[in-house]
Design a protein around this ligand. Sequence first.
Ligand code: SAM
Length: 248
Amino acid sequence: MNFHVLTLFPDMVQNGLNTSITGRAIEKGLISVNTVNIRDFSDDKHKRVDDYPYGGGAGMVMQAEPIYKAYGYLANHIKMSKDDQTAYKKPRVVYVTPQGEIFNQSMAQELAAEEDLILLCGHYEGIDERVLEMIVSDYVSIGDYVLTGGELPAMVMIDCISRLIPGVLNNETSSEFESLQDNLLEYPQYTRPEVFMGRKVPEVLLSGHHANIEAWRRQESIIRTYERRPDLLEQAELTEEEREFLTR
Ligand code: SAM
């Protein structure tokens, strides 16, 4: 999958993703992260990309033109990179913004099916609305708080989506059951040693009895979700027995 990031801080995005699991995925060619510096598309002699907001108010607003030009350059570059021009489909353009739909695991799963994804990062007070109307297909927030720029949200999305691309995780099954899959949090995990400062690993996990281990994990997962994220349980697929267990 190819991620394309329109940003004023390309190094931040590249350096952040060039390490660990995403770094290896880039090296193996499973994902690519292409950054386009919006500043390169400013006609201003000082390469300015922001200006005062019409109507007054605090802060600066990113201008429409450099973003529109950077997008045009990128869209053309993506199109030209395809062998089959007739099969070319315009990539989705996500503007990361606190005003968007909250990013979650199912959105990540949906976006992981795209071949190319463009992420637009804002800065300062945001972006001139007109260019957003012209190029953006999706508005996505990573949570109900305000950050200084869209680079971290774009990196969060790229990290999360990449884990869902086959081959990115070493063990293919390691994203099979984990938190938020099926609206349940993951069960507690343990590794060696068997006893740590007097705390023992639950006996069932040492039993080698797969059915019992599965049953224990399912139960722990439900309990943990009930305790920490009861809001998720409404959407979770639980058996009658499991729902009854929670009311006890
Ligand atoms: N004035 C804007 C508002 O109230 O919506 C906030 C601008 S914020 C300081 C600057 C940029 O950071 C935004 O354009 C956006 O790209 C990014 N950003 C900040 N918080 C975010 C969040 N929770 N999710 C996604 N992007 C965010």
